[in-house]
Design a protein around this ligand. Structure first.
Ligand code: NDP
Length: 348
């Protein structure tokens, strides 16, 4: 491995005024040893002896990638670091007998783009322990269109099912509906036979899109944005929430007896201004969803289901393809809440 490759690299930047971002992601051309170089403070976590080398085909821009590339704090834990929490590609070489050259693989989270070099790159060197063989039904582009957002939507659906929620339980609410997690969640729930209400800040402009994905009703998220009583009239048997904050508190307050609400995101805030009342008086379950550290068996199960249950023609419609050079602009757009569905990155 001696040739150079291109990647989106998050670097520390001097902030003279002390007010701007301390990090910034830009497109750079790198030497192969960038993937294995460490420092005294951050020794290389993955070496040529331990890592599976990949020729990357596609990555994506998730909300977290937006934060990282735009230099917002909390995602990138060391610099310089290749961004990208998703990677889809082909094994180039592997010291681990589980993987052979030419196999198609996908990896979501597992530290990529946070503490480990990520997938917004033509080359990657990844740990073999969380890698998933790409089911043959899914192309590399479609796997990236699913990405962490779609993987998390499936984990959320599986979490609801584990609590006994099914299509006959009643209405399911999806918040952050026009975003990545929300769009895929609506598509998966509707295909499984659930009646889905989509809550969106873009109910008017994206209403047709959300109905096309399978939502039977679309509501304005403003309905859920004002602080409310901890117990309200029940509307939902379950919910998939990716926004947190006051919206999540209201969703919990409107969930019926024995209902379940998944929580994976914080697009609206990290607070949860609620009380214990919905839990102790209605037996509501709040289910945390973490895709980053999901164990391998759960990753494989979720990807098998994504292969079987994704409506690929809809997935193609809800995804937009860009190249590596357009990633910084896409990062700003996802933080501004103007991106619809998923952004896939063709790294070639
Ligand atoms: P997107 O930006 O694609 O979607 C987020 C959506 O949330 C937006 O499209 C918008 O939907 C809504 N939204 C944005 N800002 C606000 C706001 N201020 N108030 C209320 N709603 C808002 O992001 P992703 O789908 O990729 O991720 C969503 C969240 O889930 C992020 O916080 C992300 O970090 C988290 N996440 C967590 C994972 C985990 O493992 N725990 C994995 C994946 C994502 P609309 O316009 O329809 O209202």
């Amino acid at each position: 491995m001696s040739d150079q490759f291109r990647a989106i690299v998050v670097d520390s930047v001097a902030d003279v005024a002390g007010t701007g971002p301390r990090q910034r992601g830009t497109l750079r051309t790198l030497d192969q040893d960038f993937l294995t170089a460490g420092s005294d403070e951050h020794p290389a976590a993955i070496t040529l002896e331990s890592g599976v080398a990949l020729d990357v085909e596609y990555s994506g821009v998730n909300y977290k990638d937006g934060l990282a590339v735009a230099g917002r704090p909390g995602v990138v834990r060391r610099t310089p670091l290749i961004a990208g929490i998703d990677v889809v590609g082909t094994v180039r070489s592997s010291p681990d007998a589980r993987w052979a050259a030419g196999e198609r693989v996908v990896l979501n989270g597992a530290g990529l783009g946070e503490g480990l070099h990520g997938g917004l790159s033509e080359r990657a060197l990844v740990s073999p322990h969380s890698l998933v063989r790409l089911p043959s039904a899914i192309s590399a582009r479609r796997a990236a269109a699913i990405g962490t957002a779609g993987f998390t939507a499936m984990l959320s659906l599986m979490a609801l099912e584990k609590q006994g929620i099914g299509p006959r339980s009643g209405e399911i609410l999806v918040t952050g509906a026009a975003g990545g997690v929300g769009s895929v969640a609506i598509m998966l729930l509707a295909r499984a036979g659930y009646s889905v209400t989509a809550a969106s800040g873009r109910a008017e402009s994206e209403g047709d899109y959300l109905r096309e994905l399978g939502a039977s009703s679309v509501i304005d998220r403003a309905e859920l944005s004002e602080p409310g009583r901890p117990m309200q009239s029940t509307r939902w048997a379950g919910a998939i929430d990716s926004v947190g904050g006051t919206i999540l508190a209201n969703v919990i307050a409107q969930t019926g007896y024995g209902g379940s609400v998944t929580s994976c995101g914080l697009a609206a805030g990290v607070e949860l201004p609620s009380t214990v009342l919905p839990f102790i008086l209605r037996g509501v379950n709040l289910l945390g969803v973490n895709s980053v550290d999901a164990p391998l068996a759960l990753r494989e199960a979720a990807w098998m289901r994504l292969a079987a249950e994704t409506r690929f023609e809809l997935l193609d419609e809800l995804s937009t393809e860009i190249g590596l050079a357009a990633v910084p602009e896409a990062a700003e757009a996802i933080l501004a809440g103007t991106v619809r569905g998923r952004t896939v990155v063709n790294v070639r």
